[in-house]
Design a protein around this ligand. Structure first.
Ligand SMILES: [Zn+2]
Length: 378
C-alpha cells in the first residue's frame, strides 16, 4: 500500500494511488481515481442533499465505487444518508476504501463489497431492500447497466448516471451510438446536448419497459463526461406516456437551422432548402427541474458548481438544442457578441432566451437562425 497517499477533497480524506495525482490520464491499476471528477462529486453532494428529504429509505448505492471517492464524500458531507453501499470488482480499491472510511470515522455507515455490478445492485441493501439512490459512474458507456440500476431503486428514488463514451454520443461513431442508445447522434455545435438527450431517452425507454417512469431533475456535462439525475416512479400509466417526451432534432449543416420534430429524416431545410440530418430518437422534454436546481443552489458550494447551477436554474430546458455565440457571429461576419448581450436582445424582442448549463459560450432561444440574425442586425 506504499504507493497510496492521503489527499483531501471537500471535507473528506481519500487514500489514492500516487500515480493518479501525477499522471495525465489516471491509471486503472492498482486502483482508479480521477482527481478531475471533483466537480462531478461536488455536484452529487448537493443533489443528494437536495433529494434526501423525499426518501423513505435514506440509502445510496455507489455501483463503481473504486477507492470509494463518491461514497466517502457522501458519508462525510451528507450526514443525513443512513447507509452507503459501495461496490467494485477491484479488491485493492475496496480495501483502500475501507481504510479511508475508518480514517473519516464513517465506517459504521459505509458498506463495501466486491461483486459484479448487476449482482450487487439486485442484492439490495443489508435488509434486501431497494436503494433510495443509485449512482452509476462506469468507465465508458452506462448502457449495459441501465436495467439493473432501474431494478435496484425504490419507487420515488433517485438515479444518477454518468456516461464517458462522449465520442460515441456526440456523433463520432454513429453505428455504436445507434446500438447502445437506439438513436442517431449529431456531430455539431450542440452535440453534448443531443448526447445527454440520447442517454435520457435510453433511460426513459428502458424504464417504460419495466413499467417505470422517469423525471429528469438536473444534467451537466464537461469535455469528458455527461451526467444526469432523475427520479424514478412505479407507474404503468405514466410509462404509457413515455413517447410524449421522445422525438427528434433536425439540423441543417448548411445554414445552421435546427428544430424539434416528430419524425425521422428526409426533411428539407425550411430556411435554405438543403438536405438536413436528424438526431434521435431522443428525450425532447425538459431536463432540469427548476425547484430542484434552486434547492441545490441553496447550499454552500464552490464557484465552479455555482456557475453550472446558476445557468441550469434559468435554462429553458424544454428547448432541446442551443446556439453558440461564435456560430452566430461567424454567420453575421461580425465581432463576437457576448452571450448576455444576445439573450437581452432576443428577450427584448419577445423571444424566449436563456443561458445553458451545457456550454457557457452558448444560449437557448425559441427564435430560428434567421430571426436571431435579424434581431442582432438591428
Ligand atoms: Zn438550411
Amino acid at each position: 500500500m506504499s504507493d497510496f497517499v492521503r489527499t483531501v477533497e471537500g471535507r473528506t480524506i481519500f487514500l489514492v494511488p500516487q500515480s493518479s495525482l501525477t499522471q495525465k490520464v489516471p491509471p486503472k491499476t492498482p486502483a482508479f481515481f480521477n482527481p478531475a471528477a471533483k466537480l462531478n462529486r461536488d455536484l452529487s453532494v448537493l443533489a443528494y442533499r437536495a433529494y434526501l428529504p423525499f426518501l423513505s429509505r435514506k440509502t445510496l448505492a455507489d455501483s463503481f465505487t473504486g477507492i470509494g471517492a463518491r461514497a466517502l464524500r457522501i458519508a462525510v458531507e451528507v450526514p443525513e444518508v443512513e447507509h452507503i453501499y459501495g461496490n467494485d470488482i477491484n479488491s485493492i480499491a475496496i480495501e483502500t476504501a475501507k481504510k479511508a472510511a475508518k480514517i473519516n470515522s464513517v465506517d459504521n455507515k459505509c458498506h463495501f463489497s466486491i461483486n459484479d455490478v448487476c449482482k450487487f445492485l439486485l442484492n439490495g441493501d443489508s435488509e434486501g431492500e431497494r436503494f433510495g439512490m443509485v449512482d452509476l459512474d462506469p468507465f465508458g458507456t452506462p448502457a449495459k447497466h441501465i436495467d439493473c440500476v432501474l431494478r435496484a431503486v425504490l419507487d420515488g428514488g433517485l438515479v444518477s448516471i454518468t456516461a464517458t463514451d462522449t465520442a460515441v454520443l456526440c456523433g463520432v461513431y454513429q453505428e455504436v451510438c445507434m446500438r447502445r442508445y437506439y438513436g442517431r447522434p449529431l456531430n455539431n455545435s450542440y452535440g453534448n446536448e443531443t448526447a445527454i438527450r440520447l442517454l435520457l431517452s435510453l433511460i426513459a425507454l428502458t424504464a417504460s419497459r419495466l413499467e417505470l417512469s422517469i423525471k429528469p431533475l438536473f444534467v451537466h456535462a464537461t469535455m469528458h463526461y455527461l451526467r444526469v439525475y432523475a427520479s424514478i416512479f412505479v407507474s404503468s400509466k405514466e410509462a404509457n406516456n413515455v413517447y410524449n417526451n421522445i422525438g427528434y432534432i433536425t439540423h441543417c449543416f448548411q445554414c445552421g437551422h435546427r428544430f424539434k420534430g416528430e419524425e425521422y429524416g428526409g426533411a428539407k431545410c425550411g430556411l435554405c432548402g438543403s438536405t438536413t440530418q436528424t438526431g434521435g430518437q431522443l428525450w425532447t422534454g425538459p431536463f432540469h427541474d427548476r425547484e430542484f436546481v434552486k434547492k441545490m443552489r441553496g447550499y454552500e458550494a464552490d464557484k465552479q458548481c455555482k456557475k453550472v447551477l446558476d445557468a441550469a436554474a434559468e435554462e429553458a430546458s424544454d428547448i432541446p438544442y442551443y446556439f453558440r455565440a461564435d456560430e452566430i457571429s461567424a454567420k453575421l461576419k461580425t465581432n463576437p457578441y457576448s452571450v448576455q448581450k444576445i439573450i437581452e436582445k432576443l428577450k427584448s424582442t419577445g423571444f424566449v432566451a436563456s443561458r445553458t448549463a451545457l456550454n457557457p459560450a452558448a444560449f437557448k432561444t425559441d427564435a430560428m437562425m434567421n430571426q436571431i440574425s435579424d434581431v442582432l442586425k438591428k
